[in-house]
Design a protein around this ligand. Structure first.
Ligand code: ZN
Length: 210
């Protein structure tokens, strides 16, 4: 099953690739020597070598978790009927600020350490990674997360805006099926506007961009 890339904080819009993304390591746990060296003074060459090695391990750790989450989400989405809006509590602790369980303590002594989990920008590995409000899957499937209060109707409109793609021909709103980031509209990647812009309304009516 193919899925739309429309996962929103609204949508996951940042496809930032770390230079260490795709890291493969045999052991994700830093050695004592690496930890010791990583704390050496700024000008110590071993410090940089150790920090790169530890970052590579942390990156592999974050990708393992993120990829497992994505695989799980795909399995889960397969159980949703087409053309359905589903309310869920949260997507994953690391991808939901309000889940209450995002805090991990694998890397908490390394305040300099940053990773780029799948579809997420640079974050501290023990922090929450993203705060996904809603998703739009193929076949008009939409899921909305709990915990966004008064923004929930807007999130729902944004996600169903994506879902229209499966019911009639329309142009994409823009890159990633979002309007440009300088727009104040409902299909802005972070849903900055409270309603569909005139351009968005036109696309929802099937109009082609002049
Ligand atoms: Zn979106």
């Amino acid at each position: 099953m193919k899925f739309v890339v429309a996962l929103c904080l609204f949508c996951w819009t940042f496809f930032i690739t770390s230079v260490l993304a795709g890291s493969v390591v045999t052991n994700e746990i830093p050695t004592l020597q690496e930890l010791t060296n990583s704390a050496k003074p700024n000008d110590d060459q071993e410090r940089q070598v150790a920090r790169v090695a530890i970052t590579k391990k942390a990156q592999a750790w974050s990708e393992r978790i993120g990829n497992a989450y994505e695989a799980g989400r795909t399995c889960w989405a397969n159980t949703i009927p087409a053309n359905t809006i589903v309310a869920i509590k949260y997507y994953h602790p690391k991808y939901s600020k309000d889940a209450g369980a995002w805090q991990t303590s694998e890397w908490n002594n390394l305040t300099w350490l940053k990773v780029t989990p799948p579809r997420v920008g640079s974050v501290s590995p023990d922090d929450y990674w993203s705060n996904i409000a809603g998703t739009s899957y193929e076949s008009g499937k939409v899921s909305i997360a709990k915990g966004f209060g008064a923004s929930t109707p807007k999130i729902t409109s944004h996600e169903t805006g994506h879902a229209t793609q499966y019911h009639f021909f329309r142009e994409f709103f823009g890159v990633g099926d979002h309007s440009p980031t300088n727009s104040i509209s409902l299909m802005h990647p972070n849903g900055l506007g409270s309603s569909f812009s005139l351009i968005e309304q036109g696309k929802l009516k099937g109009e082609k961009t002049p």
